[in-house]
Design a protein around this ligand. Structure first.
Ligand code: CA
Length: 475
């Protein structure tokens, strides 16, 4: 009698379990461009209110030690969309904006997050800055995205026909109307569309329209929204500029207005997700593609404090970025997560959330599924170590626990303890030689899995070209 009762109970329970299966989440990946570590409210900015990004942060986890895999735009994006250290496939410089340059872009041997999600039945869309190759073979529609709206280069002016400021060498600048990349056409898939209004606003409107349109489909969706703001040229809407009239530095005032426009666009997207009942089952990532450029080329008046360095550096200010993960149905809200993670983790995390995996024949990932860590099931560190190499070996860095080791071609290796020295001001390599040696060896070991840059002009030659890397790196 009892076995019969058990079977009867199971018989009643099983169908309800099956019908209660959660729908697959939508995935929204928002990337800002050259946004400083300290330039949004949830990171502590005082002069740039970002209520909507703060609302997004409050709905999920603020990852204090979230990194990107490269300190400039395009290689970082190659890492984000492949989940692999991009130097494994020779992607270590920004590509030329050139529709005939068949080697300047994300190699066709690599598979993107959009490829995997589209294979799993997702609708996939990309909006905004592409910067993964301008040759037709690299077009987003050929890299996994059903839909594309944006521009293929690394930057764009914000107003139709407006002049842009370009650097002409030796720190001098000029305003021109003819910079081809900045004036590239806005495309819908492969069709040129008329430009209307301010670009960040327009990209946000496109994303919001996609969210509303996708809501009527039975398929889950993946949307990759890559703002070019607040990257130069410094241009913003008059009404946003007026809000920041109290900021006396003109560049910082314009920057604040550009960040506020990103924030406004994110707010409209969150409102659309709420209004269409999709918010609970949408996994959202928000990051910057690299640290803020404060004094170097394309300086935009961003601030990375309390971090040292900026875009183009392997100091924390070049690679540690604002990093949010929100999924109300699964991930705790309103907390900070402080283990080191990297943008390479976005791909495996998104695929795990979608309940799918990559083709087993594809090359191995470097990122890991963060869901067990972000949900508190696993309290260990997701990564034993994180690594950086830039400009073909001009600089290396390793993060292991609270230790940060780095070296550049010009300087001796340095070691910092980020738990007591977040600003990387006190080099302790001399007092911890065993740790410095261990991390130098780890960098050399990791480097053996990388290849030389497949494109791009390295003005320095790099350690690879100069001395033989393992020999030079290892103690
Ligand atoms: Ca960038």
């Amino acid at each position: 009698m009892r076995p019969f009762l058990l079977v009867a109970l199971l018989g009643c329970v099983a169908p309800s379990v099956a019908t209660a299966a959660e729908p697959r989440p939508n995935i929204l990946l928002i990337v800002a461009d050259d946004l400083g570590y300290n330039d949004v409210g949830f990171q502590g900015a005082r002069d740039i209110p970002t209520p909507h990004l703060d609302r997004l942060a409050a709905s999920g986890l603020r990852c204090t030690d979230g990194y990107v895999s490269y300190p400039v735009c395009s290689p970082s994006r190659a890492g984000i969309l492949t989940g692999r250290y991009q130097q494994r496939f020779g992607y270590e410089f920004n590509p030329k904006w050139d529709a005939t340059a068949a080697t300047h872009g994300l190699p066709l041997s690599e598979s993107t997050l959009a490829d995997s999600l589209r294979s799993a039945g997702y609708t996939t869309g990309a909006i905004g800055k592409w910067h993964l190759g301008a040759h037709p073979q690299f077009h987003p529609n050929r890299r996994g995205f059903d839909e594309y709206f944006g521009f293929l280069g690394g930057g764009h002016r914000y107003f139709p026909g407006s002049v842009v400021e370009v650097e002409i060498g030796a720190g001098k600048k000029a305003t021109v109307t003819g910079d081809a990349e900045q004036n590239a056409p806005i495309l819908r898939n492969t069709t040129v569309v008329p430009e209307v209004g301010e670009l960040t606003t327009r990209l946000g409107e496109e994303a919001t329209a996609s969210i509303n349109r996708y809501a009527g489909s039975p398929k889950p969706w993946f949307l990759y929204l890559a703002f070019n703001a607040p990257h130069t040229p410094m241009q913003a809407r008059a009404d946003q500029l007026a809000r920041f009239a109290s900021i006396t530095d003109e560049r910082r005032r314009t920057y604040a207005a550009m960040v506020a426009t990103v924030d406004e666009a994110v707010g409209r997207m969150l409102d659309a997700l709420d209004a269409t009942g999709q918010r609970e089952r949408t996994l959202i990532f928000f990051i910057s593609d690299n640290g803020g450029p404060m004094t170097k080329r394309n300086a935009n008046a961003s601030m990375n404090s309390p971090l040292r360095g900026q875009k183009g550096d392997v100091f924390e200010g070049g690679i540690r970025v604002p990093f949010l993960v929100s999924w109300p149905a699964r991930i705790p809200a309103g907390r900070a997560y402080s283990q080191p993670i990297i943008a390479l983790d976005i791909l495996p995390t998104a695929l795990a959330a979608a309940g799918t995996t990559r083709d087993a024949k594809l090359a191995a990932l470097d990122g890991v599924d963060l869901l067990p860590f972000l949900t508190g099931k696993n309290n260990a560190a997701p990564h034993a170590r994180l690594f950086w190499r830039m400009d073909g070996g001009e600089a290396f860095a390793v993060r292991e626990g609270s230790w940060k080791w780095l070296r550049t071609y010009q300087n001796a290796p340095q070691l910092y303890d980020l738990s007591t020295d977040l600003g990387e001001t006190r080099d302790v390599a001399a007092s911890h030689p065993e740790i410095a040696a261990r991390l130098a060896t780890a960098a050399a070991d990791w480097n053996r899995g990388l290849i030389a840059p497949a494109f791009g002009n390295n003005p320095f030659g790099g350690l690879i070209n100069r001395t033989g890397l393992e020999k030079d790196l290892a103690p």
